[in-house]
Design a protein around this ligand. Structure first.
Ligand SMILES: [Fe+2]
Length: 180
């Protein structure tokens, strides 16, 4: 439990998409109360690489924001987040090797979907995006047509009725704001 507190504090202090990451953990537990500590850690750390500036020689692949075209970016982002999550865990004295391997795999694959656990994590990520990031995207003046497609696809790919139920209001609210 202590490690979770440390990671959550770290995310809050560094405040790069803190709300998005912490709420992904929250929603994971809502849709999957059985989630163990490793699964929860993967959820709150799934985008952690964004805290860390590019290192010498590191190149971020192009990102369109549409997952269909962002295979290379999503692979890079997932693996980089897995690497930094491991670093943080070890720096905080966490060395359960089985759990670390599981956390890294979950994070590296968090955008893929296609297995029960990948679907759960991607659903939690989508719920949190529509809850916490959608209005920010609109305020930032991003292209409305592209945002509509993004919000539609985030909602459409939810893998369960439970997730859709929890997300519907956030989704409808985001679409309404988009049309204002
Ligand atoms: Fe995310």
């Amino acid at each position: 439990m202590e490690i979770i507190q440390k990671l959550e504090n770290y995310i809050r202090e560094n405040n790069v998409e803190a709300e998005h990451m912490l709420r992904t953990g929250f929603w994971l537990k809502e849709i999957h109360p059985e989630a163990d500590e490793a699964f929860y850690i993967a959820a709150v750390c799934h985008d952690i690489e964004r805290v860390f500036p590019l290192r010498d020689g590191e190149v971020k692949p192009p990102k369109t924001g549409n997952d269909e075209f962002d295979e290379e970016y999503l692979d890079w982002h997932g693996k980089r987040s897995a690497e930094f999550a491991e670093k943080l865990l070890r720096e905080n004295g966490f060395n359960d090797e089985v759990a670390i391997a599981r956390i890294k795999t979950l994070i590296a694959e968090h955008s893929l979907g296609g297995t029960a656990e990948r679907d759960l994590l991607r659903d939690a990520d989508s719920i949190s995006l529509l809850e916490n990031n959608a209005l920010k995207f609109i305020q930032e003046g991003k292209d409305k047509k592209e945002l509509k497609e993004k919000f539609d696809s985030e909602f459409a790919r939810l893998s369960s009725e439970k997730a859709r139920k929890l997300t519907r209001l956030f989704y409808e609210n985001a679409i309404k704001k988009l049309n204002d």
